[in-house]
Write a new protein. Sequence first.
Lengths: 383, 289
Amino acid sequence: MKRTLLIWLAAGMLTFSAASAQEAPKDPEVFKIGAILAMSGKADWYGKVMSAGILQAVDEINAKGGIEGIKLEAVIEDHKSGVAKEGVSAITRLINIHNVQAVLSSFSPPTLAIAPIADEKGILVLNGGGVSTAMVGASKYLFHNRSLASDLGRAAAKRANELGLKRLAQLAWKSDAGESIIAAVEPYWKSKGGTITATEFMEVGAPNIDTQVAKIRASNPDWVGLWLFSPDPGLALKKIREFGLRVPVIGIEYNEDIQKIAGKHSDGYEYTSDYFTPSPEFPWSQQFAENYKKRTGEDPEFYAANYYEAVYVVAEAIRRARAKGGDYWNGAKLAAAIRENPEFDSVYGGKMVFQENGVAKKRVALFRVKDGKSEFVSYITPD
Amino acid sequence: MDLLLQLLVNGIINGSHYALLGIGFGLIFATTRIVHFAYGPIFTFAAYVGWLLAGGLGLSVWVGLTGAVATALVLGLLSYLLIYRPLELRNAPVLVPLIASLGLYIVLENLVGVIFGTGVRVVEHLDTQIFFVGPVFFTSLHVWQVISFLVLGGALSLYLRRTRIGKAILAMTDNPEMARIIGIDTLRVSLIVFAIGSMISAVPAMLILLKDGASTHMGFAAVFLAFVAVVVGGVGSLKGAAAGGFLLGLVQSLGLWQIPTEWQNSIAFIVLFLMILLRPEGLFGVRTR
């Protein structure tokens, strides 16, 4: 009797332990992550710096043995400076040829275009560059580690309000990003007692904006909001000043491409932006900046930092998902890992937390251009 | 009223640019019946060579312009000799050179990026004068755009009417078969029009480089607007191509006086469709029954 009881007890324990034992993780040979960037076209500066950040992170992770001993590889595709259908073609190739489960996306149109595919195929998408608020909620697997249009535009409008300006004329990209900024700025500006004298649009990369600038000038604003991204603020600044308009111009982007086109007309231009600066207080930020400079010869700015950081977020998500075992190498499990614990180390310093809407909050800074160079003015928190 | 005057001046300036593009494209199309879409990336190549000389190497703008014109000349001639001429000799159907031209467009456009990089290129430290006449403003580059149309358009007109080759070109424009029958060397004429048409494109290319900067996709707008100018003005008519270009520039500018500027690119399409619907032969074309 006793012996029978013991046998049954042992069998029961064996069954129980077998049932509760974690399934071993099903590892791929290599973790391939995709990136869909502006590698050609007018906005290829973004692709250049974003890919530099990505490749640096991949090399660093692999130099330390990869993720749990498995190498990481980045496959970079081109959306040709924000063409939505190119983004769709790119993610199709990444999924069908390379079997990626995570994609680093950029620019709002391609990101919005690939969102339904991410949902259908269960692909984690991390955006570190696009700003359109239309992207929020576009996919349950879509996350963002940069400030969106609403924050940038309202910060710029807040600056104008602080300067006592009242009559805004705005020039925006005819795109989700441009329209998002207008949708965020207009009600805020009107709530502060301001008026909008003109709202003009330009196609992304349009070479001729004389008509738009003529209409802005004719509306007699006391400041101009430039809701444009590189390199179009350069042309806009040049045309605005050539047209004899001397009022303050406040935008949301500035880089060397913009400076080249605007030339001397960039002086006095102010803009709001995410702000990456290495600090001794945060050794990771310094180490990233030093290595970036060694690799590219340039100091990193926030786009490079965002995409560098995004690779580490994906790597950490892989680690967390792998720890649960089984068939973890899929976008849905990676996204679940992020939602379960949305706190990640940030190369900006400290931690960043992905909010419920998928956006990691970052501080917005105000800069002014003097002699072609950006000078940090202050952090600015949109109301 | 101030805005309307400024838009009128903008329209004349842009119209000069489109008219010059239309003349170059139209000369090739009218004479050879080849829809030379590669005209666009040849325009781009010219701009980038101009940048390399005037911007990259710091030489004078005139040296840059010379290099741009020479580049366009060589590429124009090579595209005819290597791509279109073999198809002509094989009596290829009309669609075949069109498709070949599209293929050449893609190859040349990407070649610009491979050779020069894909970023925007500008000639830095260029001082342009700005003129104010009442409420209207324009820069010295705008003046050059209008002058270049007047000078090149006038020179081409004189060349076509007063020289033997020019008359041969006009004869071939009118009826290529008859031109061949009466002994005109159509190969030589084709080479000349490809040379002249391509060289003409280099001038607006250089001006756009100096004014707005060069980008790898700038050729699309150039060839599209040139095509619209030719269709609106009337296929086969060079004065029509000029008129079509001006009409397009003026409508595009003045049309935005009251309608939102987001419709800017659509206006060219609207003008094209209206002309095809209402007067398919164009402003100066001859209706065939």
